[in-house]
Unconditional design. Structure first.
Length: 475
Protein backbone atom coordinates (compact mmCIF):
# COMPACT_ATOMS: atom_id res chain seq x y z
CA UNK A 1 0.00 0.00 0.00
CA UNK A 2 1.33 3.41 -1.00
CA UNK A 3 0.45 4.90 2.39
CA UNK A 4 3.09 2.67 3.91
CA UNK A 5 5.91 3.66 1.54
CA UNK A 6 8.23 6.14 3.20
CA UNK A 7 11.12 8.24 1.93
CA UNK A 8 14.32 6.66 3.18
CA UNK A 9 16.39 8.40 5.87
CA UNK A 10 20.15 8.34 5.50
CA UNK A 11 21.37 4.79 6.01
CA UNK A 12 24.97 3.61 6.22
CA UNK A 13 24.94 0.20 4.59
CA UNK A 14 27.85 -2.15 5.31
CA UNK A 15 29.90 -2.96 2.23
CA UNK A 16 28.85 -6.58 2.40
CA UNK A 17 25.23 -5.54 1.79
CA UNK A 18 25.92 -4.41 -1.77
CA UNK A 19 27.70 -7.66 -2.64
CA UNK A 20 24.92 -9.82 -1.21
CA UNK A 21 22.18 -7.74 -2.79
CA UNK A 22 23.74 -7.94 -6.25
CA UNK A 23 23.85 -11.72 -6.03
CA UNK A 24 20.25 -11.98 -4.85
CA UNK A 25 18.89 -9.66 -7.56
CA UNK A 26 19.91 -12.01 -10.35
CA UNK A 27 17.14 -13.44 -12.57
CA UNK A 28 14.89 -10.43 -11.84
CA UNK A 29 14.46 -11.48 -8.23
CA UNK A 30 12.71 -8.93 -5.99
CA UNK A 31 14.80 -8.28 -2.87
CA UNK A 32 14.09 -6.47 0.40
CA UNK A 33 16.32 -5.89 3.41
CA UNK A 34 14.24 -6.30 6.58
CA UNK A 35 14.40 -6.55 10.35
CA UNK A 36 17.12 -5.49 12.75
CA UNK A 37 19.52 -4.19 10.11
CA UNK A 38 17.10 -1.41 9.16
CA UNK A 39 16.50 -0.55 12.80
CA UNK A 40 20.18 -0.40 13.71
CA UNK A 41 21.08 1.74 10.68
CA UNK A 42 18.33 4.24 11.44
CA UNK A 43 19.67 4.42 15.00
CA UNK A 44 23.24 4.81 13.67
CA UNK A 45 24.31 1.59 15.35
CA UNK A 46 26.67 -1.00 13.81
CA UNK A 47 25.02 -3.68 11.68
CA UNK A 48 25.83 -7.19 12.89
CA UNK A 49 23.44 -9.23 10.73
CA UNK A 50 21.55 -8.90 7.46
CA UNK A 51 18.08 -10.33 6.83
CA UNK A 52 16.81 -10.45 3.24
CA UNK A 53 13.42 -11.33 1.83
CA UNK A 54 13.31 -12.52 -1.79
CA UNK A 55 10.48 -13.36 -4.16
CA UNK A 56 12.06 -16.67 -5.20
CA UNK A 57 15.07 -19.00 -4.88
CA UNK A 58 16.02 -17.99 -1.33
CA UNK A 59 18.09 -21.10 -0.59
CA UNK A 60 19.90 -20.92 -3.94
CA UNK A 61 20.60 -17.23 -3.36
CA UNK A 62 22.05 -17.86 0.08
CA UNK A 63 24.26 -20.60 -1.33
CA UNK A 64 25.59 -18.21 -3.99
CA UNK A 65 26.41 -15.64 -1.30
CA UNK A 66 28.28 -18.28 0.70
CA UNK A 67 30.25 -19.40 -2.37
CA UNK A 68 31.22 -15.87 -3.46
CA UNK A 69 32.05 -14.58 0.04
CA UNK A 70 33.70 -17.73 1.44
CA UNK A 71 31.01 -18.23 4.06
CA UNK A 72 29.36 -21.26 5.64
CA UNK A 73 25.93 -22.19 4.31
CA UNK A 74 23.04 -23.65 6.32
CA UNK A 75 19.45 -24.49 5.39
CA UNK A 76 17.21 -23.43 8.29
CA UNK A 77 13.83 -24.34 6.84
CA UNK A 78 13.75 -26.09 3.47
CA UNK A 79 9.94 -26.14 3.26
CA UNK A 80 9.54 -22.40 3.83
CA UNK A 81 12.72 -21.49 1.96
CA UNK A 82 15.01 -20.07 4.67
CA UNK A 83 18.82 -20.29 4.70
CA UNK A 84 21.72 -18.68 6.56
CA UNK A 85 25.25 -17.68 5.64
CA UNK A 86 27.97 -17.12 8.26
CA UNK A 87 30.84 -14.90 7.11
CA UNK A 88 33.94 -15.80 9.06
CA UNK A 89 36.00 -12.82 7.88
CA UNK A 90 33.29 -10.24 8.64
CA UNK A 91 33.19 -10.44 12.45
CA UNK A 92 31.03 -13.56 12.05
CA UNK A 93 28.23 -11.59 10.44
CA UNK A 94 25.24 -13.72 9.50
CA UNK A 95 23.07 -13.23 6.41
CA UNK A 96 19.60 -14.76 6.44
CA UNK A 97 17.71 -15.17 3.17
CA UNK A 98 14.00 -16.05 3.31
CA UNK A 99 11.24 -16.51 0.78
CA UNK A 100 8.55 -13.86 1.15
CA UNK A 101 5.22 -14.82 2.73
CA UNK A 102 2.78 -16.27 0.17
CA UNK A 103 0.33 -13.41 0.89
CA UNK A 104 2.91 -10.75 0.17
CA UNK A 105 5.36 -8.35 1.81
CA UNK A 106 2.91 -6.55 4.08
CA UNK A 107 1.66 -9.81 5.60
CA UNK A 108 5.26 -10.94 6.07
CA UNK A 109 6.11 -7.75 7.98
CA UNK A 110 2.95 -7.83 10.11
CA UNK A 111 3.85 -11.35 11.23
CA UNK A 112 7.18 -10.17 12.68
CA UNK A 113 7.80 -9.54 16.37
CA UNK A 114 7.94 -5.76 16.91
CA UNK A 115 7.13 -2.74 14.79
CA UNK A 116 10.75 -1.49 14.85
CA UNK A 117 11.76 -4.80 13.24
CA UNK A 118 8.91 -4.78 10.71
CA UNK A 119 10.37 -2.24 8.31
CA UNK A 120 11.51 -3.33 4.84
CA UNK A 121 13.90 -1.60 2.43
CA UNK A 122 13.29 -2.16 -1.28
CA UNK A 123 16.76 -2.85 -2.63
CA UNK A 124 15.76 -1.64 -6.12
CA UNK A 125 13.61 1.45 -5.49
CA UNK A 126 15.28 2.56 -2.24
CA UNK A 127 11.90 2.91 -0.50
CA UNK A 128 11.07 1.94 3.07
CA UNK A 129 7.89 -0.07 3.57
CA UNK A 130 6.49 0.38 7.09
CA UNK A 131 2.99 -1.11 7.53
CA UNK A 132 3.03 -1.24 11.36
CA UNK A 133 4.41 2.19 12.28
CA UNK A 134 7.93 1.11 13.12
CA UNK A 135 9.52 4.42 12.08
CA UNK A 136 7.23 6.32 14.43
CA UNK A 137 8.10 3.94 17.28
CA UNK A 138 11.80 4.42 16.54
CA UNK A 139 11.29 8.17 16.90
CA UNK A 140 9.46 7.61 20.20
CA UNK A 141 12.06 5.08 21.46
CA UNK A 142 9.29 2.54 21.95
CA UNK A 143 9.00 -1.23 21.60
CA UNK A 144 5.54 -2.24 20.35
CA UNK A 145 4.25 -5.62 19.23
CA UNK A 146 3.13 -5.86 15.61
CA UNK A 147 -0.14 -7.60 16.56
CA UNK A 148 -1.99 -9.22 19.46
CA UNK A 149 -0.74 -12.59 18.24
CA UNK A 150 2.92 -11.59 18.35
CA UNK A 151 3.75 -13.50 21.57
CA UNK A 152 1.35 -16.33 20.82
CA UNK A 153 3.09 -16.95 17.49
CA UNK A 154 6.51 -17.09 19.15
CA UNK A 155 6.79 -16.91 22.98
CA UNK A 156 10.56 -16.34 22.80
CA UNK A 157 9.62 -12.76 21.88
CA UNK A 158 8.87 -12.20 25.58
CA UNK A 159 12.59 -12.32 26.26
CA UNK A 160 13.50 -10.58 23.03
CA UNK A 161 11.33 -7.58 23.96
CA UNK A 162 13.35 -7.13 27.15
CA UNK A 163 16.67 -7.49 25.35
CA UNK A 164 15.69 -5.06 22.59
CA UNK A 165 14.39 -2.48 25.06
CA UNK A 166 17.55 -2.62 27.16
CA UNK A 167 20.06 -2.66 24.30
CA UNK A 168 18.30 0.20 22.48
CA UNK A 169 17.43 2.09 25.68
CA UNK A 170 13.77 2.00 24.61
CA UNK A 171 10.59 1.58 26.66
CA UNK A 172 8.01 -1.15 26.13
CA UNK A 173 4.57 0.33 25.53
CA UNK A 174 1.71 -0.52 27.89
CA UNK A 175 -0.29 -2.67 25.46
CA UNK A 176 2.80 -4.76 24.74
CA UNK A 177 3.56 -5.12 28.46
CA UNK A 178 0.01 -6.28 29.11
CA UNK A 179 0.23 -8.84 26.31
CA UNK A 180 3.57 -10.05 27.67
CA UNK A 181 2.11 -10.71 31.11
CA UNK A 182 -0.89 -12.46 29.60
CA UNK A 183 1.28 -14.77 27.53
CA UNK A 184 4.03 -15.66 30.03
CA UNK A 185 2.61 -19.17 30.39
CA UNK A 186 3.33 -19.82 26.69
CA UNK A 187 7.08 -19.79 27.35
CA UNK A 188 6.81 -23.48 28.19
CA UNK A 189 5.84 -24.09 24.58
CA UNK A 190 9.26 -22.90 23.39
CA UNK A 191 12.24 -25.20 23.00
CA UNK A 192 14.60 -25.12 26.01
CA UNK A 193 17.57 -24.35 23.75
CA UNK A 194 15.94 -21.17 22.40
CA UNK A 195 14.95 -20.04 25.89
CA UNK A 196 18.48 -20.64 27.19
CA UNK A 197 20.15 -18.80 24.32
CA UNK A 198 17.81 -15.81 24.48
CA UNK A 199 18.18 -15.59 28.27
CA UNK A 200 21.95 -15.52 27.86
CA UNK A 201 21.66 -12.75 25.26
CA UNK A 202 19.52 -10.80 27.73
CA UNK A 203 22.05 -10.94 30.52
CA UNK A 204 24.99 -10.35 28.19
CA UNK A 205 23.69 -7.15 26.61
CA UNK A 206 24.51 -3.49 27.14
CA UNK A 207 22.93 -3.27 30.62
CA UNK A 208 22.55 -6.74 32.21
CA UNK A 209 21.32 -5.42 35.55
CA UNK A 210 18.53 -3.46 33.89
CA UNK A 211 17.57 -6.58 31.92
CA UNK A 212 17.25 -8.60 35.13
CA UNK A 213 15.14 -5.86 36.77
CA UNK A 214 12.76 -5.89 33.79
CA UNK A 215 12.62 -9.69 33.63
CA UNK A 216 11.79 -9.79 37.32
CA UNK A 217 9.28 -6.92 37.14
CA UNK A 218 7.45 -8.60 34.27
CA UNK A 219 7.37 -11.92 36.21
CA UNK A 220 9.21 -13.57 33.33
CA UNK A 221 12.34 -14.66 35.17
CA UNK A 222 10.46 -16.96 37.54
CA UNK A 223 9.64 -19.14 34.57
CA UNK A 224 13.37 -19.92 34.34
CA UNK A 225 14.05 -20.03 38.10
CA UNK A 226 11.62 -22.75 39.28
CA UNK A 227 12.21 -22.14 43.00
CA UNK A 228 11.47 -18.40 42.79
CA UNK A 229 7.78 -18.80 43.57
CA UNK A 230 8.54 -20.78 46.73
CA UNK A 231 8.58 -18.59 49.83
CA UNK A 232 11.82 -20.09 51.11
CA UNK A 233 13.58 -19.29 47.86
CA UNK A 234 12.54 -15.67 47.39
CA UNK A 235 14.97 -14.19 49.92
CA UNK A 236 17.85 -16.18 48.49
CA UNK A 237 16.82 -15.18 44.99
CA UNK A 238 16.73 -11.49 45.92
CA UNK A 239 20.23 -11.82 47.35
CA UNK A 240 21.35 -13.48 44.11
CA UNK A 241 19.94 -10.58 42.09
CA UNK A 242 21.72 -8.14 44.41
CA UNK A 243 24.99 -10.04 43.92
CA UNK A 244 24.33 -10.20 40.19
CA UNK A 245 24.14 -6.40 40.04
CA UNK A 246 27.41 -6.14 41.98
CA UNK A 247 29.08 -8.53 39.54
CA UNK A 248 27.86 -6.40 36.63
CA UNK A 249 29.39 -3.34 38.32
CA UNK A 250 32.76 -5.12 38.45
CA UNK A 251 32.47 -6.29 34.83
CA UNK A 252 31.48 -2.75 33.84
CA UNK A 253 34.79 -1.51 35.22
CA UNK A 254 36.75 -4.21 33.40
CA UNK A 255 35.02 -3.60 30.04
CA UNK A 256 34.57 0.19 30.34
CA UNK A 257 30.79 -0.17 30.15
CA UNK A 258 29.89 0.93 33.65
CA UNK A 259 28.62 4.28 34.84
CA UNK A 260 31.63 6.59 35.05
CA UNK A 261 30.23 8.35 38.11
CA UNK A 262 29.98 5.01 39.90
CA UNK A 263 33.50 4.07 38.84
CA UNK A 264 34.95 6.88 40.95
CA UNK A 265 33.21 5.59 44.05
CA UNK A 266 35.50 4.05 46.62
CA UNK A 267 34.72 0.38 46.01
CA UNK A 268 34.85 0.41 42.22
CA UNK A 269 37.62 2.99 42.07
CA UNK A 270 39.86 0.83 44.23
CA UNK A 271 38.88 -2.20 42.17
CA UNK A 272 39.86 -0.33 38.99
CA UNK A 273 43.30 0.53 40.38
CA UNK A 274 43.77 -3.11 41.43
CA UNK A 275 43.03 -4.63 38.02
CA UNK A 276 44.30 -1.75 35.85
CA UNK A 277 47.57 -3.36 34.73
CA UNK A 278 45.73 -6.62 33.93
CA UNK A 279 42.69 -5.04 32.34
CA UNK A 280 43.27 -6.07 28.72
CA UNK A 281 44.24 -9.60 29.78
CA UNK A 282 41.12 -9.85 31.93
CA UNK A 283 38.95 -8.76 29.01
CA UNK A 284 40.49 -11.40 26.76
CA UNK A 285 40.19 -14.05 29.47
CA UNK A 286 36.53 -13.31 30.23
CA UNK A 287 35.62 -13.34 26.53
CA UNK A 288 37.27 -16.73 26.02
CA UNK A 289 34.83 -19.18 24.44
CA UNK A 290 34.17 -22.42 26.28
CA UNK A 291 33.63 -25.69 24.45
CA UNK A 292 29.94 -24.72 24.26
CA UNK A 293 30.74 -21.44 22.46
CA UNK A 294 29.76 -19.39 25.49
CA UNK A 295 32.16 -17.06 27.26
CA UNK A 296 33.39 -17.18 30.84
CA UNK A 297 31.68 -13.80 31.28
CA UNK A 298 28.32 -15.28 30.31
CA UNK A 299 28.74 -18.37 32.49
CA UNK A 300 29.70 -16.17 35.47
CA UNK A 301 26.53 -14.13 35.16
CA UNK A 302 24.42 -17.28 34.88
CA UNK A 303 26.14 -18.86 37.88
CA UNK A 304 25.29 -15.93 40.15
CA UNK A 305 21.76 -15.58 38.80
CA UNK A 306 20.96 -19.28 39.18
CA UNK A 307 22.75 -19.61 42.49
CA UNK A 308 19.60 -20.23 44.52
CA UNK A 309 18.85 -23.52 42.75
CA UNK A 310 22.20 -24.70 41.46
CA UNK A 311 22.10 -27.67 43.82
CA UNK A 312 19.25 -28.96 41.67
CA UNK A 313 20.72 -28.01 38.32
CA UNK A 314 21.16 -31.64 37.24
CA UNK A 315 17.44 -32.33 37.37
CA UNK A 316 15.98 -28.91 36.67
CA UNK A 317 18.21 -26.85 34.42
CA UNK A 318 19.72 -29.73 32.54
CA UNK A 319 16.19 -30.63 31.45
CA UNK A 320 14.66 -27.17 31.17
CA UNK A 321 17.48 -25.02 29.79
CA UNK A 322 19.51 -27.87 28.30
CA UNK A 323 22.91 -27.00 29.71
CA UNK A 324 25.69 -29.31 28.62
CA UNK A 325 27.63 -31.39 31.15
CA UNK A 326 30.55 -28.98 30.78
CA UNK A 327 28.30 -25.98 31.49
CA UNK A 328 26.79 -27.70 34.52
CA UNK A 329 30.29 -28.33 35.85
CA UNK A 330 31.33 -24.69 35.38
CA UNK A 331 28.10 -23.29 36.84
CA UNK A 332 28.44 -25.45 39.95
CA UNK A 333 32.14 -24.62 40.36
CA UNK A 334 31.46 -20.88 40.08
CA UNK A 335 28.58 -21.04 42.56
CA UNK A 336 30.80 -22.27 45.39
CA UNK A 337 33.13 -19.69 46.93
CA UNK A 338 33.66 -21.23 50.36
CA UNK A 339 37.32 -22.02 49.73
CA UNK A 340 38.17 -18.44 48.77
CA UNK A 341 36.30 -16.41 51.40
CA UNK A 342 37.04 -16.36 55.12
CA UNK A 343 34.45 -15.77 57.82
CA UNK A 344 35.86 -13.59 60.59
CA UNK A 345 34.11 -14.40 63.81
CA UNK A 346 33.84 -11.29 65.93
CA UNK A 347 30.76 -9.30 66.90
CA UNK A 348 29.74 -9.53 63.23
CA UNK A 349 29.91 -12.46 60.85
CA UNK A 350 32.25 -10.92 58.27
CA UNK A 351 33.42 -12.02 54.87
CA UNK A 352 36.65 -11.25 53.03
CA UNK A 353 38.99 -12.92 50.56
CA UNK A 354 41.73 -14.99 52.14
CA UNK A 355 45.37 -13.97 52.29
CA UNK A 356 47.29 -16.12 49.82
CA UNK A 357 50.81 -17.48 49.94
CA UNK A 358 52.50 -18.82 46.80
CA UNK A 359 51.67 -22.35 47.94
CA UNK A 360 47.99 -21.60 48.55
CA UNK A 361 47.69 -19.76 45.22
CA UNK A 362 49.10 -22.84 43.50
CA UNK A 363 46.57 -25.05 45.29
CA UNK A 364 43.75 -22.66 44.44
CA UNK A 365 44.52 -22.57 40.71
CA UNK A 366 45.16 -26.30 40.63
CA UNK A 367 41.71 -26.94 42.08
CA UNK A 368 39.81 -24.48 39.90
CA UNK A 369 42.02 -24.67 36.79
CA UNK A 370 40.99 -21.99 34.28
CA UNK A 371 37.98 -20.90 36.36
CA UNK A 372 40.01 -19.45 39.23
CA UNK A 373 39.74 -15.80 38.20
CA UNK A 374 36.00 -16.14 37.54
CA UNK A 375 35.45 -17.54 41.04
CA UNK A 376 37.55 -14.75 42.59
CA UNK A 377 35.48 -12.06 40.84
CA UNK A 378 32.24 -13.77 41.86
CA UNK A 379 33.52 -13.85 45.44
CA UNK A 380 34.15 -10.11 45.31
CA UNK A 381 30.60 -9.53 44.12
CA UNK A 382 29.37 -11.69 47.01
CA UNK A 383 31.30 -9.53 49.48
CA UNK A 384 29.88 -6.35 47.91
CA UNK A 385 26.32 -7.70 48.11
CA UNK A 386 26.84 -8.97 51.67
CA UNK A 387 27.94 -5.61 53.09
CA UNK A 388 26.22 -3.19 50.72
CA UNK A 389 27.07 0.42 51.54
CA UNK A 390 28.57 -0.65 54.89
CA UNK A 391 31.55 -2.48 53.36
CA UNK A 392 34.51 -1.84 55.70
CA UNK A 393 37.56 -0.32 53.98
CA UNK A 394 40.01 -2.76 55.54
CA UNK A 395 38.05 -5.79 54.37
CA UNK A 396 37.71 -4.42 50.83
CA UNK A 397 41.41 -3.53 50.62
CA UNK A 398 42.34 -6.93 52.04
CA UNK A 399 40.11 -8.71 49.52
CA UNK A 400 41.42 -6.73 46.56
CA UNK A 401 44.98 -7.50 47.58
CA UNK A 402 44.12 -11.19 47.53
CA UNK A 403 42.42 -10.79 44.13
CA UNK A 404 45.56 -9.16 42.78
CA UNK A 405 47.76 -12.06 43.90
CA UNK A 406 45.41 -14.56 42.24
CA UNK A 407 45.28 -12.61 38.96
CA UNK A 408 48.98 -11.77 38.92
CA UNK A 409 49.94 -15.42 39.41
CA UNK A 410 47.74 -16.52 36.52
CA UNK A 411 48.82 -13.86 34.04
CA UNK A 412 52.42 -13.11 35.04
CA UNK A 413 53.73 -16.08 37.04
CA UNK A 414 51.92 -18.99 35.48
CA UNK A 415 54.99 -21.23 35.12
CA UNK A 416 56.40 -20.13 38.46
CA UNK A 417 53.31 -20.63 40.63
CA UNK A 418 50.28 -21.97 38.78
CA UNK A 419 51.83 -24.77 36.74
CA UNK A 420 55.63 -24.93 37.13
CA UNK A 421 57.71 -27.44 35.14
CA UNK A 422 58.10 -30.77 36.97
CA UNK A 423 61.43 -31.40 38.66
CA UNK A 424 60.48 -35.05 39.20
CA UNK A 425 58.06 -37.45 37.58
CA UNK A 426 56.55 -40.81 38.49
CA UNK A 427 59.30 -42.79 36.74
CA UNK A 428 61.95 -40.99 38.79
CA UNK A 429 60.23 -42.06 42.00
CA UNK A 430 59.69 -45.65 40.83
CA UNK A 431 63.38 -45.94 39.93
CA UNK A 432 64.40 -44.53 43.29
CA UNK A 433 62.00 -46.41 45.56
CA UNK A 434 60.90 -49.38 43.38
CA UNK A 435 57.92 -50.64 45.39
CA UNK A 436 56.37 -47.22 46.02
CA UNK A 437 52.51 -47.21 45.88
CA UNK A 438 50.81 -45.08 43.24
CA UNK A 439 48.99 -42.99 45.84
CA UNK A 440 52.30 -42.12 47.47
CA UNK A 441 53.78 -41.11 44.12
CA UNK A 442 50.98 -38.60 43.61
CA UNK A 443 51.32 -37.20 47.11
CA UNK A 444 55.10 -36.78 46.83
CA UNK A 445 54.88 -35.07 43.42
CA UNK A 446 52.28 -32.63 44.76
CA UNK A 447 54.37 -31.81 47.83
CA UNK A 448 57.52 -31.33 45.72
CA UNK A 449 55.66 -28.90 43.45
CA UNK A 450 54.38 -26.93 46.45
CA UNK A 451 57.90 -26.64 47.85
CA UNK A 452 59.05 -25.60 44.38
CA UNK A 453 56.53 -22.73 44.08
CA UNK A 454 57.45 -21.65 47.61
CA UNK A 455 61.07 -21.25 46.48
CA UNK A 456 62.44 -23.94 48.79
CA UNK A 457 63.34 -26.37 45.98
CA UNK A 458 64.98 -25.25 42.73
CA UNK A 459 66.56 -28.32 41.13
CA UNK A 460 66.09 -32.06 40.67
CA UNK A 461 68.68 -33.00 43.28
CA UNK A 462 66.93 -31.01 46.02
CA UNK A 463 63.58 -32.35 44.83
CA UNK A 464 64.75 -35.96 45.17
CA UNK A 465 66.21 -35.26 48.58
CA UNK A 466 62.86 -33.88 49.73
CA UNK A 467 61.06 -36.84 48.14
CA UNK A 468 63.17 -39.24 50.20
CA UNK A 469 62.17 -37.40 53.38
CA UNK A 470 58.51 -37.65 52.52
CA UNK A 471 58.83 -41.28 51.51
CA UNK A 472 60.48 -42.21 54.78
CA UNK A 473 57.79 -40.40 56.75
CA UNK A 474 55.12 -42.34 54.86
CA UNK A 475 56.48 -45.74 55.88
Amino acid sequence: MNSHITTIPKLNFPEIYFKACKLLQQDNNFVWLVGGAIRTMILNQPVCDLDFLVSQNAILGAKQIANHLNGSFYILDKKRGVARVLLHNQNNMSIDVSTIHPEGLETDLKNRDFTVNAIAYNCKTNDLIDPTGGLQDLQKNTISMTSKKSFINDPIRLLRAIRLAVDSNFVIDQKTKKAMRQNIITVNQTSPERVRDELIKCIDGSDPSKAIVLLTHMNILEKFIPDLNQTAGIVNYEQSVKQYKCLQDLLGVIFNTGNRDRAVQYKLGYFFSTIFQHKSKLQKYLLTNTSDKRTFKQIMSLAVLLKTTLSKIDTKYDNYLKFSNNEVHMLKAMSSTDDITDSINNHNNCKQLRIYTAKSIHRYHKKHKNLGICIALISLSEIMAYYGTDLPHNIWEHSLHSLHTIIDAYFNKYYQIVDPPQLLNGNDLISEFQDIPGITIGKILNLVTEEQVSGKINNKSDAMKYARQVYESEK
